[in-house]
Ligand binder design. Structure first.
Ligand SMILES: *Cc1c(COP(=O)(O)O)cnc(C)c1O
Length: 384
């Protein structure tokens, strides 16, 4: 069996082949990243025009071999929605929202889990465990179903009730814990060790990132292979931010795009902002946030495993990191709805609130092309 990719440690110099189920680097515990043998050539770029609109249209960029079928529900290829009313209000000429609520399962977690479940199925996984702030649990449950592999979800009791109902409805085994996603992560790993389950936590396996990488490929294609100036991303575990960074770098190195990489900005809630704190103090890694609290469930990640990679992505693209209050992100979420008809999740609202801070501080200029992210559906978070 041959693979056109291998795995490289994100921190030390370890490498390994792609055979079997991979977790983290055994030498240093840092996440593996996928490294492909070659970049897809211009003939692939031309072939895209005739392919179906799912993220698997980029299959030469992805961890899938000839003859393998992905576990898919048509995830990805979400619209880049122009938001002229918001643009006028904040004083920008070019502003879009990448609307990830239109994915299967209602959030962009679908991309990562489609890729991770595809690889784990090929490697013979027989059971999944996943800790979640909500949406990763839904996506793992759905893609696990499609792969015929049972799923065990560990979620905080405080998870929005509709998301918990969705997980139960998909037939997963759901355990609720009195704690945050870090506590759920410990429980999911303990369960995986005892029951021989495969743990698909953020960055504890290498392929969710590869699914999220398609965000960057797609944005480039949607803008006619011209990259935007800045992207504002609501950061929990950071997979999307890291994935886009890798995608833009690889597109440039492959000669598919030219110019500067987009500046990547991380937004977090001031109730849980480990990335912002590390960025502001110039640290190379995040330190755990005590007592994380925010209504934006996807941002309640006090100790992201990929902290050092997130910080590198922000620094190397000359981006930044901003914390906004829950009050401000909810208010911005409401404006996305009333001004543009977008039923954004609170995490999506955070990106608009952050844009206003970045404009006020002069970190983003008014002639720049900016993309906000709506990472999931707003209605999932409302009380029944
Ligand atoms: C998971 C999640 C996030 C954070 O994504 P990361 O890749 O973990 O940083 C943001 N918004 C929503 C709706 C999410 O479900």
């Amino acid at each position: 069996m041959t693979f056109h990719w291998s795995l490289e440690c994100s921190s030390c110099s370890a490498t390994r082949d792609a055979q079997g189920l991979a977790t983290v680097c055994p030498d240093c515990g840092a996440p593996w990243l996928v490294r492909y043998a070659t970049y897809p050539g211009p003939e692939v770029k031309h072939a895209l025009a005739t392919r179906p609109w799912t993220m698997w249209r980029y299959r030469e960029w992805m961890p899938i071999r000839d003859g393998e079928e992905p576990v898919t529900m048509g995830e990805g290829c979400t619209p880049l929605v122009p938001v002229p009313h918001l643009a006028r209000e904040v004083g920008l000429r070019h502003l879009w929202v990448k609307d990830e609520s239109q994915n299967p399962t209602g959030s962009f977690k679908a991309r990562g889990l489609s890729a991770a479940v595809t690889r784990a199925q090929q490697a013979g996984a027989t059971r999944f465990s996943v800790p979640t702030a909500g949406n990763a649990g839904v996506a793992t449950s759905a893609y696990g179903r499609r792969a015929g592999i049972p799923v065990h979800v560990f979620a905080p009791q405080s998870t929005p009730p509709r998301i918990l109902e969705q997980i139960r409805g998909l037939g997963a085994d759901l355990r609720l814990l009195d704690g945050h996603i870090g506590d759920c992560g410990k429980a999911a790993r303990a369960y995986a060790a005892e029951q021989d389950a495969f743990d698909v936590s953020t960055l504890r396996e290498p392929y969710r990132i590869e699914g999220k990488k398609t965000l960057g490929l797609e944005i480039a294609e949607q803008l006619g292979w011209e990259l935007p100036d800045a992207i504002i991303y609501p950061t929990g575990g950071g997979t999307g931010l890291i994935g886009m960074w890798i995608a833009f770098r690889d597109l440039r190195d492959a000669g598919w795009v030219g110019g500067e990489l987009p500046r990547l900005f991380s937004v977090q809630s001031s109730g849980c902002a480990p990335v912002v704190r590390a960025f502001e103090t110039g640290a190379e890694r995040t330190s755990p946030w005590e007592d994380p609290q925010t209504v934006a469930a996807g941002l309640r990640v006090p100790a992201p495993l990929g902290g050092p990679i997130i910080l590198r992505a922000i620094q190397e693209t000359r981006g930044g990191a901003v914390a906004v209050s829950d009050e401000d992100l909810c208010e911005a979420q409401a404006r996305m709805a009333t001004l543009e008809g977008l039923d954004a999740c609170p995490e999506g609202g955070a990106t608009l609130a952050a844009l206003e801070v970045l404009l006020a501080e002069g970190d983003i200029a008014r002639d720049q092309r900016v993309i906000l992210f709506n990472t999931g559906a707003g209605w999932l978070y409302r009380a029944n």
